[in-house]
Design a protein around this ligand. Structure first.
Ligand code: VG1
Ligand code: CO
Length: 559
């Protein structure tokens, strides 16, 4: 097979965000070599000796445009010296499974075709995540290198005659011109390695008893037509004995059936509706690529992701993996509520507060400093891999329920009684004009950085909040001392309540402004979240003038 070098012209907008590059599908379809440029930039970011003959993993959530994209990636991998590709059958493999497979086969990394929770189909979004040898999202130094290369790229290498069969399991070999060794592609069952990993983390016999023994609990899992369908069916239904009606929307679709595969109360409507009448004791939904989870109790009782990681931390020894490996640290992203901090304090386990995005946790895990972590954005995971892991979170919760023999709601209420409750909400403003969003953030930073801002009081009705600290969050990695700046504007009040403003890094178009509100209550623990947080929300909008500055009347989404 012939290897060609094709001239190309760079694009200015291929900077990877929180987890990969995300654009509208039409951008990939209509801009000449848009995909090729980015893939070449990834390969060029890896030094040739490291790339030569190496193994790379390819997976994804099966969204529209994935198949042609994988065809191109295979042709370019061969032409760029990669020796061996491991690809999930039909080009599908969840993000956590890719992380697992990279580590298991000591690959140099993986490419995941997904825009996660964003809409799919011809009018939806497409995305490319790049993970490195530890199995986690590429670090800033790698992504900025990829971005720099993409801005000056002049040519890419490709093997246009190479055609791979994504359907048949097993190895395929291709002879390339001027190469001694054949280039090999291995199509693997996307579930197998990952299922094996889970078997070694959890007590499957106990879970099977919980889910299909006498007095079993009824659960409902919604794969939202993303990649997790086959994982849910094989692991939960076939292996752990859940009845077939436990698994819904388990056929992966290119457009996810028309809804964004976003596991929250707004988009996971099938799950939310079926939980309402109390037929199921426990429910969960996953995003397109299977790294996010939303968990509900009976009657749809909502578990916030911030509480989820705190409760898992407090019950961590219900999970055999941690009994064996011990617990070396807890982590949360900065905007995630401080519920986890209280457990860390009580258990005397160190807490790490990182910027948003899983790559920061990965560094700590590699150094043996972190065992369990979570993000408010429906992400939870442990150090078994280097990605958040939706199904792992579900099995973690089921392990707690199996051990404690209590409902999710009772477990959570006991947690609040023991530690107090952090009320948490997030307002998202999507596809905002980029200049308006950036100007607002700049002015807000000037305002809150002024010395006079500290000690200022804000009153709404009978509630008064006094500013104790305000800053632009920056993070110094305790392992390699890298400093990451500009990670969100924080206003912390004297009672520990926080308002955080941040620009999201996963939107495909325009800017995403996020406001996070976190407030701690020791006694009033059974109130409604939105009612409880209304005064702080009013203050957050007043300080930032967000509606006025962006021309919006309200958030696109509240979670
Ligand atoms: C969002 C979430 C963050 C998550 C990231 C990737 O980032 O807030 O918690 O890690 O998406 O999730 P941002 O920068 O838009 O706030 V996913 O499921 O892509 O893989
Ligand atoms: Co995701």
């Amino acid at each position: 097979l012939q290897v060609l070098t094709v001239p190309t012209a760079p694009y200015p907008d291929q900077r990877p965000g929180t987890s990969g590059l995300r654009k509208k599908v039409y951008v990939f379809q209509s801009k000449r070599n848009y995909l090729h440029n980015f893939i070449q930039s990834i390969f060029s970011s890896i030094d040739l000796p490291d790339r030569q003959g190496a193994t790379l993993v390819v997976g994804g959530d099966g969204r529209f445009f994935s198949r042609p994209a994988i065809g191109v990636i295979v042709q370019m991998a061969a032409a760029n010296g990669i020796g061996h590709l491991i690809i999930g059958q039909h080009g599908m493999m969840s993000t956590p499974a890719v992380s697992c497979v990279i580590r298991k086969y000591k690959a140099i990394g993986g490419i995941i075709l997904t825009a996660s929770h964003s809409p799919g189909g011809p009018n939806g979004d497409f995305g490319i995540k790049f993970n490195t040898a530890n199995g986690g999202p590429a670090k800033e130094e790698v992504t900025s290198k990829i971005y720099q290369i993409s801005r000056t790229i002049e040519e890419f290498a490709i093997c246009p005659g190479l055609r791979v069969d994504l359907q048949t399991l097993g190895k395929q070999a291709f002879d390339l011109e001027n190469k001694f060794k054949p280039f090999t592609v291995e199509i693997v069952d996307p579930v197998e390695s990952y299922a094996n990993l889970l078997r070694n983390i959890f007590d499957f016999a106990a879970l099977k008893e919980l889910l299909s023994g006498e007095n079993h609990v009824s659960i409902r899992l919604d794969a939202m037509h993303g990649v997790l369908g086959p994982y849910v069916k094989r692991i939960l239904c076939e292996e752990l004995g859940c009845p077939a009606n436990s698994a819904i929307n388990c056929v992966p679709l290119e457009d996810f059936g028309g809804q964004p595969p976003d596991p929250n109360l707004v988009y996971a409507t099938d799950l939310v509706d079926s939980m309402r009448d109390g037929q199921y004791d426990f429910g969960a939904a996953f995003d397109g690529d299977g790294d996010r989870n939303m968990i509900l109790g009976k009657h749809g009782f909502f578990l916030t992701p911030s509480d989820s990681v705190a409760v898992i931390a407090d019950n961590i020894f219900c999970i055999p993996y941690f009994q064996h490996k011990g617990v070396r640290g807890f982590g949360r992203s900065m905007p995630t509520s401080t519920a986890l901090d209280r457990v860390a304090k009580a258990t005397k386990i160190e807490l790490h507060e990182t910027p948003t995005g899983w790559r920061f946790f990965g560094n700590l895990m590699d150094a043996g400093m972190l065992s369990l972590c979570g993000e408010e954005g429906f992400g939870t995971g442990g150090d078994h891999i280097r990605e958040k892991d939706g199904l792992w979170a579900v099995l973690a919760w089921l392990s707690i329920i199996a051990t404690r023999r209590q409902s999710l709601e009772d477990i959570l209420k006991e947690h609040w009684l023991k530690y107090g409750r952090n009320y948490f909400t997030r307002y998202d403003y999507e596809n905002v004009d980029i200049d308006a969003a950036c100007d607002m953030m700049e002015d807000l930073e000037i305002l809150i950085s002024d010395k006079s801002f500290v000690k200022q009081r804000f009153a709404v009705e009978d509630k008064i909040y006094q500013v104790e600290k305000a800053d632009n969050f920056q993070y110094t990695d305790p392992v390699d001392s890298t400093i990451t700046r500009n990670q969100g504007l924080r206003i912390i009040f004297s009672d520990g309540s926080r308002i955080i403003y941040r620009l999201g890094g996963t939107g495909a178009e325009g800017a995403t402004v996020r406001i996070y509100i976190d407030s701690y209550e020791r006694k009033l623990i059974f109130e409604d979240t939105q009612v409880q947080l209304a005064p702080l929300a009013t203050i957050a909008l007043k300080i930032s003038q967000l509606h006025h500055r962006t021309g919006r009347n309200g958030p696109s989404l509240i979670t």
